[in-house]
Design a protein around this ligand. Sequence first.
Ligand code: AKG
Ligand code: FE2
Length: 318
Amino acid sequence: MTSRPRPAIEVTKLGHHLGARIDGVTLRPDLDPRVIEEIRRAVLTHKVVIITGQHHVDDAAQYEFAGLLGTPTKAHPTVLSRGEDLLPLEGAANSWHTDVTFVDRIPKMSVLRAVVQPSYGGATMWASTVAAYAALPAPLRVLADNLRAIHTNDYDYAEHLTVGDSSDPEYRAEFTKTVFRTEHPVVRVHPETGERALTLGHFVSGFAGLKTSESADILRLLQARVERPDNTFRWNWSPGDIAIWDNRSTQHYGVADFGDAYRKVNRVTLAGDIPVGVDGRPSVSLAGDASAYSVVDTPDPVPGFVPASERSITAPID
Ligand SMILES: O=C(O)CCC(=O)C(=O)O
Ligand SMILES: [Fe+2]
């Protein structure tokens, strides 16, 4: 009998479909490659992981650590006035979304650090878009499999975001200074795990071939499936926490329940691939060139991937 090597990190599962905590790791530039690999695997499996106790991590160390998990993108496709590497956000992103879905090369992961926390409130929530898809009844799954959505940064943010930067006119102007529009499959096949995931969120402006009113109804229907509380994980930040999420299998939401208190988070995103639908069709860029923002990083499938929960449909990956 062969015995497995002892895990190098301690992962505690915190939610059935997503969410785990990693303790006992100190993030340093010379982190053991085995630890990095185990963190990467934990992110794929649990979709969002929180690494606690990283009080020593500043902006530079956050960026450096993110670089151990992949290739960092620029801070943002358009918002670069606050630095080219990290995207600081004041307030909260209080609307369900997947990061930067308006470009063709959606980031694979985001690494978030709470820099200033309010004395109460200000949690972040994540939802599993894999579990949401797998819970769809068969007719809705067939519908979703065949839909393509248009995502744009020129979306109706007033409909969604109400606090801090997100609702600040100057920030919005910079956010939309170049307009990006991309057509993505509504169901993408995760390039590493093979899991099928709904790809929606607040950047969706409609579905290819449908009328505006029809798009709104179908988006509401599918998006409601993602946001079901049973399908979410919520983290109340403590100093020194770092969150890493798989941006291909989740949406997230910053909870704006801290009144007028100041809250600041810093984000680094890692380059991802061009999504592919269940029919093998890739996403198509319709407006805007994202090549200055991010390289396209197409990873290999992970052999022997074991999903976090039974609510997961995997398609074979070629
Ligand atoms: O406000 C939050 O907790 C979430 C921030 C967010 O959406 C992001 O950094 O991508
Ligand atoms: Fe976000």
